[in-house]
Design a protein around this ligand. Structure first.
Ligand code: UDP
Ligand code: MG
Length: 244
């Protein structure tokens, strides 16, 4: 199988059916085989029921159904590791980065890149922009957060948090089992491990359409800060170098 698309879903009853429809619509037009793996992250709304209907209606759609909410990082990790594709992409359920950005990943994989990230920052990828921007406080905290991230864990990536990242199978198998972060900054951990081990990372420009019902609150930014410190500690102590 060529492509696995992992969709973490927490209380996505409003978005899920429409967007899985869009993902399927796009992927069924491509000349490769694919699977879509919805990972229900312990949703308290109708997400599970809707996901089950989607699975019943399409053999390409699968569901990992968790009863407990553990965070986007945990959901994505589970999806990436259970996927079967030679290439594995995770994408937000609200389609903030639309699925057709997938067109742009192949040239980089063909050039030998291991990880392709979507970026909303033109310093990573020319042409990136927020067509419907995040609220000002989020952009501000995002910029501050990126300064912290770049001073502690990551080099030269200005948007580590975009919900659109693709990996080769080998990269998933080598890096993802080493990850420990279950919530928002799991992306930082993946990229930090990848950079320190010399993986090739490329960024594609994203046209981001912000969706109003985001679940990252102010609290999320503070706990993320502590998690970035934890990543730094793991980098220093060589925890990510140990074999699994
Ligand atoms: N998500 C998840 N578990 C959580 C919170 C969010 O799986 O505890 C999923 C959510 O359903 C979406 C993605 O993570 O697919 C990004 O979440 P959201 O859109 O709230 O974040 P933002 O757009 O603000 O980055
Ligand atoms: Mg969102």
């Amino acid at each position: 199988m060529r492509l696995s698309v992992i969709v973490p879903a927490y209380n996505e009853e409003k978005n899920l059916a429409v967007n899985i429809g869009k993902f399927n619509g796009y992927l069924s037009q491509q000349d490769y085989d694919y699977e879509i793996i919805i990972v229900n992250d312990g949703s308290a709304d109708g997400t599970e029921k809707i996901a089950k209907t989607l699975v019943a209606g399409n053999e390409n759609v699968k569901l990992i159904d968790n009863k407990k909410n553990r965070g986007k990082g945990a959901a994505v990790r589970q999806g990436l590791l259970s996927a079967r594709g030679e290439y594995r992409l995770f994408i937000d359920a609200d389609n903030a980065t639309s699925i057709d950005h997938t067109d742009k990943i192949w040239a980089f994989f063909n050039d030998g890149y291991d990880i392709i990230i979507g970026s909303r920052n033109s310093r990573d990828a020319e042409g990136a922009y927020q067509a419907l921007p995040q609220p000002a406080w989020k952009r501000f905290l995002g910029t501050c957060g990126n300064r912290v991230i770049q001073s502690l864990a990551i080099k030269d990536i200005y948007d580590t948090q975009c919900g659109f990242k693709a990996f080769t199978k080998k990269t998933v198998e080598k890096i993802i089992p080493k990850t420990t972060i279950n919530r928002w900054v799991f992306d930082v951990e993946i990229l930090a491990i990848a950079q320190s081990a010399g993986y090739k990372i490329a960024a594609i420009p994203v046209r981001w359409i912000n969706s109003p019902n985001s679940r990252v609150g102010v609290k999320g930014y503070f706990s993320s800060f502590l998690e970035i410190i934890k990543i730094k500690r793991n980098l220093i102590t060589g925890k990510y170098n140990s074999r699994h």
